[in-house]
Structure formats: structure tokens, C-alpha cells
Write a protein that binds this ligand. Structure first.
Ligand code: IVH
Length: 723
């Protein structure tokens, strides 16, 4: 058998011949060469189509275009239509049956389908290795070879081939008996309808594998279902297992199922004698299945830069490979929930044996769970810095992908209503990759009647003023700018990293100072009493001095940080920079009219209105003036003059102003072009101005610039040429 493993269905030679035959079939009409019969051409077409399906579906590496493949397929269909008597069940055209499946039959597996024992960390894998050596009576210091491959998260399948033909496919069922799903599996193109097992002396074989749906295909299926108003699948596994059991094979075919094979569970010759003992290792078995045209985990690096399967010498290599895969799992096109570690030598597998539940020669290394269920104890409504009221679920603490989860946002009222989440419910929580955790659904079948609906408040939970919900928003807001919760959140944001970046003044310190009555508003941050702070438990002289240093430093921040720190709704880091580039002093903004904000590129009407409102509120102006007297910088710094969007361009570092009527550009277009070229748009003529672009009827600004003598004066044409 070791010898015969060299047999390959598609040797390089065979592949060349099939490729050339494809071209002949594509580009010579039927009947040529002259003595070719319809039966011969049909057989040739089937051979080349099978070959191209293998390249495409099993190897993911086609050698002809989709168009050429379609032409070959259509030729075959046309010929079979003309000669229906020549149609055979294993023709590539016969994958999708038009007969509906009346009733799903139960079938017994040739050998039981066991489960896998689980392991979760390096320690568990070391224990597994120790146990393998004990069971196989190997010395403790021996090095065992393990085959390691992904644990595919789809629907388990068992495929039976008899006399080189696929005769039966089944689900796992209870491990002994499964559901017969042959008609649906036949639609999966990575499952060959025929495979030359006889070349290996095998008359009957049973393979195990997994039917799965690629993540991107799954997204498309769900998008289409959403568009059609149909219910969505929770994950690719549900879409796959559902697809296997469709009554209409056409529907199964439309799921985009693929199948990996990962075990040769049974192989017997024509006399019914097992030939498995002639196949020395699991790796040999998978190589053989690959040669036979199946899609097995590949030994070549793929999208994750890791091979799907690797033969590891010793458990340390296994641990490293599993951990590398755990890191890379998001880059893999299929969902996997771990790796499977298998003793490679089949005779050692035999020596290890199995329990009724799982083999002792294999173990699943489970990745950290991304989903968990827990109980929703309560819902708290938190008021954010701009007054948005967010419901937050208080959960019984649960471990998820290595992190304890206790608080999860429920986003808004629509989210709660659409998922019908209630207090006291068991909920399914998910944390995928770096994504923040969220509640997938409530487990409504576990309800005992004590659950309470979540009452959405109509008044601010802190200041009790009525909440308001703008028509086009999903969020209720507290509109009282003096609401204590908002003030506290605004202080926290003001000091945070992206805003004034005051080290040592995080959420807990601010809350503490707030509770002590030391912080009532943002301005209080700049009049803290450091002597008192030094007396505080957990502080001391050193911490107080450090805090003072951090606050003194923050006072010198460029004004774009200050603008961002003011919690003006929608005013982010980038728009703060755009705004900072426009003014020499923050309080100039109090003199701007609404349109002026709108003229700034990337500042839309809503944000313009928010900024306008802020700078036309006397309390806010008072706050800024107080801050200035306390030493906070309100003047434009060189950093503020650096444009936010264009870090490079012919006008980087230059301040520019337009005056008079331009002939080819509107004022707005000209300013946008200048900003894109890196310039800062000035608000008036001053000694900071570098360039004045003059149009027709330029008046006082031109005169002033000429008087200063330091300003370059350009015509519109010159400006256009420079940019
Ligand atoms: S080997 C008896 N290899 O995991 C051992 N199983 O919890 C035979 N699975 O239902 C299974 N990927 O369907 C094996 N590469 C892989 C697998 C794999 C997924 C599934 C299998 C089984 C479950 C065990």
C-alpha cells in the first residue's frame, strides 16, 4: 500500500493532457476529429469538467477561466439533451436533482462517529501527550508525531464510496445513525461524484468531513435574505447544517456549501477486508484523499500564512502551531472553533484506543470561546457627555475570549425591542475578535415568567428633565446641558487622551474629586488645590505634584485639543483641527455666523449648527474666558496651523486669504483647493498671513497687506499655477 500511495489521479502528465483536451473541446466543433462519436465527446467533456472542478473547488486554483468552464459545461448539457440515453448519474450535470426529497431516511454509519475530547491550553495538551505515551506504551521522553488541522465549524458529514462512486452521504446524527442527505451532498462541487479508490485496492470507503460555508459567502446569503425579508442565519454553521437538510436540492446548491474531508474511517477491498492497516499514517490517508480529488486541509500556506495542516514532531510543536492559529483565526475564510490534534501513526492510534465517546488518540484544542450565556440582572441608563441616554445591561460576570464581561451596551430602545430582551433573561453574549461584546439574543425558552420588560425612561435618570428623541435618531437625549451626569462625563472626556490628555486624571479620579465637591465644572480642573490632593488617601506629595505637572502641560495644548475637549456634538478630532486652523483665538468663533462654519470643507450643516450654538451660549463663552484667566491657551499654535487633511502639498505651513471676486472659482472652491494643498485659511490680514490672493475689486485687505509688506500677493492665475 505504501507503494501504491504514489498513485495520483492527476499526475502532472495527466493534468497537461486534460488541459490540452479542454482546449481541443473548446475550440474544435463536435465530430472533429472526424471519427469522434457523441459518446466519446461526452466522456471527454466529463473528464475535463471533473478535472477543472477539482482545480477550482478542491484546490482553489483554476487553470481555465470561468467562461471557458461554462462553455465546456454547456456543451456537455447540450449533448446530453440530444442523447438522453447517455446520461449517467455521475455526470457533472447531474449534481442537482430536480426531485424533491419527500422524507429523510436514517442510515447506519459503517463505523461509529465519535466526538472529540477538548483541551483549552498548553497544559491540557501536555497532559494529552503524556496520556498518549502511556496508552501506547512509549517511553516518557519519546517524541510522538501529531497531525494538526483546523476544527471546522460546520455540519459533520460521512461519505460512502462504493466501486469508485459516491453512493451515500449522511449527517452525524447520534454517531451510530444519521440522516441520509445524498441528494444535497451531490450538489457540493468539492465532493467528487466519482473517485478512483480502486487504484488503491479499495472497493468501499467511508470518509468523514465537514460541510461549511465561507464567511464571505455567508454574509452574502444573509444580505440577500435580509433584502427578501427572510429570517437571517445566526452563523455560517447554521446556514450549512440547514443547507444539508433542504428538501429541495436546488436550494441546497444555492447555499455555496463546500466540504473538507479529514478522516478515512473505513476502507475495505472487494472481499470486505479492511485495508486501513496498509495505510501507515493519518497524513498518508489525507494525502491519498487529496490525490483522489477531495478537498482536504492543505499543507500549503494559505490566507493565514499558516498551512491548514502540519505534521508536528512532539507536543511543543503542536502547542506553537495551535497558538499561532488561534492568533490568525480571523484571517481565515472559514469559521473554525479550534484545532484537532491527532496521533499520526495509525498503529499508535490503535494502541491508544477509544472510549465510547471519543478516541484517545485525538483531542480538540478549543479556541477561547467567543460566545457565552449569562443572566441579565438589570439595566442601567447612562447619560453621556452630549446627553445621549444609553441602556447598559448589567450581567452576571462571565468569561468571554479570556476577558470577564459584566457590562454590555444595549445601544438604544429599538435594539431592545427588536430582540425582546427582558430583565432576568438568560442572554447569549458574543465577543468576536477585537469587537466590543454584544448581546446576540435572549434565550426566551429559558424564561420562567419572572422576567420583566425593560422600561425605557422618559426622564433623565439623573436630572429628571424630559428626554427628547429627534425624529431621525434612535437615541433619547437629556437636553439639559447642566445635567450633573453630563457635566461629569464632559469633565472625564475633557481630560481624556484624545482631548486634553491630562495624565493621572482619569475617570475614577475625576469621579472622586467630583464626589468631594472639588470639581463642579471643567474650569475647576484648572483651580485644583494640590495641597488638599496631597493629603488624600492614595495620593501624597508626589502624585499631587505629577498631577499639577500634567495639568500645567495641558494648559499649553494646541487649541484643536481644547476645541475637541468641549464635547460639542459631532465635533471630532479631525473637524477640531479644521476649525483650529481657521482662527487665531478660540473666542473669534463667537463672532462667526452660521454660514462661515459651513464654508469649511468637511463641516456639514448639523455640525456647523452645533458649533454655532455652542459659541453663542454666554455660559460657554464665560467658561472659556475663565479658563484663559486660569492659564489655558486659547491662541492658535503652530501645530494648529498644520492642516488636518493635507499633511503635504505645495502650500503646507502657509496661511492664505482670498479677497475680491475670483473669476474661475467660487470663494468656497478656492479655499477648499488651498486647504487641500496644505494651506491654512486665515480670517483676516495680519502679520501671520503669508499669501493674499486678489480677485477683482479687491479693496481694504489688499491695501492692508501692501502696507504690512510681508504678505505675498498673488493673482488667481498664480494661485492656480502654484497648486
Ligand atoms: S476528527 C473521532 N478532524 O469535530 C475523531 N473532526 O467534536 C474524528 N471536526 O463531530 C473527528 N474538524 O465533525 C476531526 N479536522 C477535524 C475536524 C473534526 C471538525 C468535528 C467533527 C466532530 C467534532 C468533534
Amino acid at each position: 500500500m505504501a507503494q501504491s500511495l504514489q498513485i495520483a489521479m492527476y499526475t502532472a502528465e495527466a493534468q497537461r493532457a486534460l488541459y490540452e483536451l479542454s482546449k481541443v473541446l473548446l475550440y474544435t466543433p463536435q465530430g472533429a476529429p472526424s471519427d469522434e462519436t457523441a459518446a466519446e465527446r461526452i466522456e471527454n467533456l466529463r473528464s475535463v469538467i471533473r478535472y477543472h472542478e477539482w482545480r477550482y473547488y478542491a484546490l482553489n486554483d483554476p487553470v481555465i477561466s470561468d467562461f471557458e468552464y461554462d462553455q465546456l459545461y454547456k456543451q456537455l448539457e447540450a449533448l446530453e439533451r440530444q442523447h438522453p440515453e447517455l446520461i449517467t448519474p455521475d455526470s457533472p450535470t447531474q449534481r442537482v436533482s430536480s426531485d424533491l426529497i419527500e422524507e429523510i431516511n436514517q442510515v447506519a454509519h459503517l463505523t461509529p462517529m465519535l466526538s472529540l475530547d477538548n483541551s483549552y491550553d498548553a497544559r491540557d495538551l501536555l497532559d494529552f501527550d503524556t496520556s498518549v505515551k502511556k496508552l501506547a506504551a512509549l517511553p516518557p521522553d519519546s517524541v510522538v508525531e501529531y497531525a494538526v488541522e483546523p476544527k471546522f465549524d460546520g455540519g459533520t458529514i460521512a461519505l460512502v464510496y462504493e466501486n469508485d462512486r459516491l453512493t451515500r452521504a449522511a449527517t452525524r446524527g447520534n454517531g451510530l445513525v444519521g440522516d441520509e442527505i445524498t441528494a444535497n451532498i451531490r450538489t457540493v462541487r468539492s465532493v467528487p461524484l466519482q473517485a478512483p479508490f480502486s487504484q488503491y485496492g479499495i472497493a468501499k470507503a467511508e470518509l468523514r468531513g465537514e460541510a461549511i460555508i465561507r464567511k464571505d459567502v455567508f454574509e452574502k446569503i444573509n444580505a440577500a435574505r435580509q433584502a427578501a425579508g427572510e429570517s437571517l442565519f445566526a452563523n455560517p454553521r447554521n446556514a450549512a447544517t440547514g443547507g444539508l437538510r433542504m428538501k429541495d436540492p436546488k436550494e441546497a446548491a444555492s447555499r455555496g456549501l463546500e466540504a473538507f474531508v479529514y478522516q478515512l474511517a473505513y476502507a475495505a477491498d472487494a472481499q470486505g477486508q479492511s485495508v486501513l492497516e496498509h495505510i501507515p499514517t493519518h497524513t498518508d490517508a489525507l494525502n491519498m484523499l487529496e490525490q483522489l480529488g477531495f478537498k482536504a486541509p492543505s499543507t500549503q500556506p494559505g490566507p493565514t500564512d499558516l498551512p491548514e495542516r502540519r505534521l508536528c514532531r512532539g507536543i511543543e510543536e503542536v502547542i506553537a502551531f495551535c497558538e499561532a492559529w488561534q492568533e490568525q483565526r480571523d484571517a481565515y475564510p472559514y469559521e473554525i472553533d479550534g484545532m484537532v490534534v491527532k496521533v499520526n501513526a495509525l498503529d499508535l492510534q490503535e494502541r491508544c484506543g477509544s472510549t465510547a465517546h471519543h478516541p484517545r488518540w485525538a483531542v480538540a484544542f478549543k479556541f477561547k470561546a467567543r460566545q457565552a450565556t449569562t443572566r441579565l440582572r438589570d439595566v442601567e441608563f447612562q447619560v453621556g457627555k452630549t446627553g445621549a441616554v444609553t441602556p447598559v445591561a448589567k450581567l452576571e460576570p462571565v468569561q468571554l475570549a479570556g476577558v470577564t464581561i459584566q457590562n454590555v451596551s444595549l445601544h438604544n430602545e429599538d435594539f431592545i425591542r427588536s430582540k425582546d430582551i427582558r430583565i432576568g433573561d438568560y442572554v447569549l453574549v458574543e465577543r468576536a475578535g477585537d469587537v466590543i461584546p454584544y448581546i446576540v439574543k435572549a434565550l426566551d425558552h429559558l424564561r420562567d415568567g419572572s422576567e420583566r420588560p425593560i422600561e425605557y425612561p422618559r426622564n433623565c435618570p439623573v436630572c429628571h428633565s424630559p428626554l427628547v428623541k429627534p425624529e431621525d435618531e434612535a437615541i433619547w437625549r437629556c437636553e439639559n446641558a447642566n445635567c450633573e451626569a453630563q457635566i461629569l462625563q464632559r469633565m472625564i472626556f475633557h481630560a481624556s487622551k484624545h482631548a486634553m490628555d491630562i495624565e493621572g486624571l482619569g475617570e475614577s479620579t475625576i469621579t472622586r474629586f467630583y464626589q468631594l465637591g472639588w470639581l463642579r465644572s471643567i474650569t475647576d480642573i484648572y483651580r485644583l488645590d494640590y495641597d488638599k490632593i496631597a493629603q488624600l488617601e492614595g495620593f501624597g506629595e508626589k502624585s499631587a505634584a505629577n498631577l499639577r505637572k500634567a495639568i500645567e502641560k495641558a494648559k499649553q495644548n494646541p487649541i484643536h485639543r481644547l476645541l475637541h475637549s468641549l464635547s460639542i456634538h459631532h465635533l471630532g478630532q479631525k473637524s477640531s483641527k479644521l476649525l483650529a486652523a481657521q482662527v487665531e483665538h478660540v473666542l473669534e468663533l463667537a463672532n462667526w455666523d452660521l454660514e462661515r462654519y459651513q464654508q469649511i470643507k468637511d463641516i456639514g450643516p448639523v455640525l456647523a449648527q452645533n458649533i454655532y450654538n455652542f459659541f453663542h451660549n454666554p455660559h460657554n463663552l464665560e467658561m472659556l474666558r475663565t479658563m484663559e484667566t486660569l492659564g489655558v491657551n486659547l491662541r492658535q499654535t503652530p501645530e494648529d496651523r498644520r492642516p488636518a487633511s493635507a499633511a503635504e502639498g505645495p502650500l503646507v505651513g502657509k496661511t492664505i486669504l482670498f479677497t475680491g471676486t475670483l473669476s474661475t472659482l467660487t470663494r468656497e472652491q478656492a479655499e477648499a483647493r488651498a486647504a487641500a494643498a496644505g494651506a491654512t485659511i486665515a480670517s483676516g490680514v495680519s502679520k501671520n498671513l503669508n499669501i493674499l490672493v486678489v480677485g477683482e475689486k479687491a479693496g481694504s485687505k489688499l491695501r492692508k497687506a501692501q502696507e504690512l509688506g510681508t504678505v505675498e500677493i498673488w493673482t488667481e492665475a498664480e494661485f492656480l499655477e502654484r497648486i
